[in-house]
Structure formats: structure tokens, C-alpha cells
Design a binder for this molecule. Structure first.
Ligand code: 8Y7
Length: 248
């Protein structure tokens, strides 16, 4: 999954990282085209360009468009414009979001976040980060099913960097298989995040190699979709890992 457009206020990774800037439609299309050529199966788009962005991508590219939003109205508009996946960092926690997604019949990614973007990195705490997030997923899956969202339309994402210390992020990745074992597809996003920057002491534009390492590790532990800014290098890394894992 390639990240096409992230508005600067759509997330805060410890306040230190804006992995991508908001792009105008033409620039976003250039990037979208390149990512699909490099092997992206999904493009995750966020920000205000929802309808024109989705329509422009759908018109010329063979790719599933994922819309990064927590807002029910945006979900409905995105579905009407041709989006194929709702990516919600609040796991359909906003009023009306469960019903909105149920009415679209689209698949949805439920991402875990502790707290809200402004304060989530202040002092994140868990009894056991993997267990706690697993329990959270079970509760959200139940809510989804109660609202009429089919289990086969649900993806899970532990939300690396969203209300997690470095130690939490590392433990989550190490034990990712536990969450993959729930039987629903797992999406992960670590690309350029501060968990890489903090280990390597590298600024955001020097985190590619660390990002490739963690992408391969996530894939090996059962991740189905890897959300990244650098599609070409990541596809090479994952194809290589795939060849080894599936060798006889
Ligand atoms: C994630 C995400 C971001 C993630 C999912 C960034 C929108 C921060 N991170 N969505 N979005 N998972 N599903 O650095 O980890 O790209 S924004």
C-alpha cells in the first residue's frame, strides 16, 4: 500500500514527524502512477482531496483506493467516488462511523490508537501491549458485526506509533504473529516512523533501510498489507522475502 497524500494535521507521531506533505492533485497523480508502476496494490489517500483524488486515480490506474478517514460523511462520499477500502485510525469509534461503513459494504481497516493524536505520545501505557491490542480488536470486531459489517470485510492494524512507546512498538512487531493469528488480514504501517528514527537516530528522510527491515519482519510474521511511502524498494524487499519463505 502506497501512501499518496497525508495532510500534516492528520496524525502526529510524537510531534516529530510529518512523513509526507499534502500534495496538489497533479502531484498526487504523478506519485500515484509511479507507485502503481512500482507494484502498489493499494493507494492510501487522505486529506481534503477525497472525491477528485479518488476519481482521478480510479479513472487511470488499476489499484484499490483506500481512504484514510474517521469521518462518516467522508466515508460515504469516498464509497460513492469509488474507494475500495476505508482506513480508520479510530476504528469506527466516531458517532455514525459503524453505520456508514455498514451501508457502503466496503472493507474497513480498524487501526488501534491509544488516546488521541494530540496527547497519545505523552505517556502511553499498557498492561501487555500485544494482549491489550488483541482484546481491543475483539471488542471492535464485535461492534462491527453488531452493526452489520461482515467479518470478511474487516482488516486489523496495531497502529504503530499511535499511543506507543518505542518499547511498545518493538514488542508489537516482534509478536505480530499473535495478532495475525486472529484470522483477519493484518495491515501495518511503520514507514519513516519515529520507531525507526529512534533506534537508528536518523531523520525522516534517512529511514528507508530501517523501514525495509521492519517491513520484511512484519511480512514474515503474517502481515498482509504493508503501508509505505517507498513502494519500489519495499516491493523488492518483500518479493525477496516471499521467495525465501515459499522456497522448498
Ligand atoms: C498509519 C495509518 C498513518 C498506520 C494505518 C504515517 C493514516 C502516519 N499511519 N493508517 N495512517 N496504519 N492503517 O507516518 O500505521 O504515515 S499516518
Amino acid at each position: 500500500m502506497g501512501v499518496v497524500n497525508v495532510t500534516p494535521d492528520s496524525f502526529s507521531d510524537g510531534g516529530s514527524l510529518f512523513a509526507s506533505q499534502s500534495l496538489c492533485l497533479d502531484a498526487a497523480m504523478v506519485r500515484a502512477r509511479a507507485m502503481v508502476a512500482q507494484g502498489a496494490s493499494f493507494l492510501d489517500i487522505g486529506g481534503e482531496t477525497t472525491r477528485p483524488g479518488i476519481e482521478a486515480i480510479k479513472a487511470s490506474l488499476d489499484v484499490v483506493v483506500s481512504i484514510d478517514t474517521s469521518t462518516p460523511q467522508v466515508m460515504l462520499e469516498a464509497a460513492a467516488a469509488g474507494a475500495g477500502l476505508i482506513n480508520d485510525g479510530r476504528a469506527l469509534g466516531r458517532d455514525g462511523a459503524l453505520c456508514a461503513v455498514a451501508s457502503t459494504a466496503l472493507p474497513v481497516c480498524l487501526m488501534h490508537m491509544q488516546g488521541d493524536p494530540k496527547t497519545m505520545q505523552d505517556n502511553p501505557g499498557y498492561e501487555s501491549v500485544v494482549q491489550d491490542i488483541g482484546d481491543y480488536f475483539e471488542q471492535r470486531i464485535s461492534e462491527c458485526e453488531r452493526a452489520g459489517i461482515a467479518a470478511h470485510n474487516i482488516l486489523l492494524d496495531p497502529g504503530f506509533g499511535f499511543g506507543k512507546s518505542l518499547a511498545h512498538n518493538l514488542q508489537l512487531l516482534k509478536q505480530l504473529q499473535t495478532l495475525a493469528n486472529k484470522g483477519l488480514p493484518l495491515l501495518v504501517g511503520m514507514s519513516r516512523k519515529s520507531m525507526i528514527g529512534n533506534v537508528l537516530n536518523r531523520p525522516v528522510d534517512e529511514r528507508l533501510h530501517g523501514g525495509l527491515a521492519v517491513a520484511v519482519m512484519a511480512y514474515e510474521r503474517g502481515a498482509h498489507i504493508v503501508r509505505v511511502h517507498d513502494v519500489g524498494p519495499t516491493v523488492d524487499a518483500l518479493r525477496m522475502a516471499h521467495a525465501v519463505i515459499n522456497s522448498i
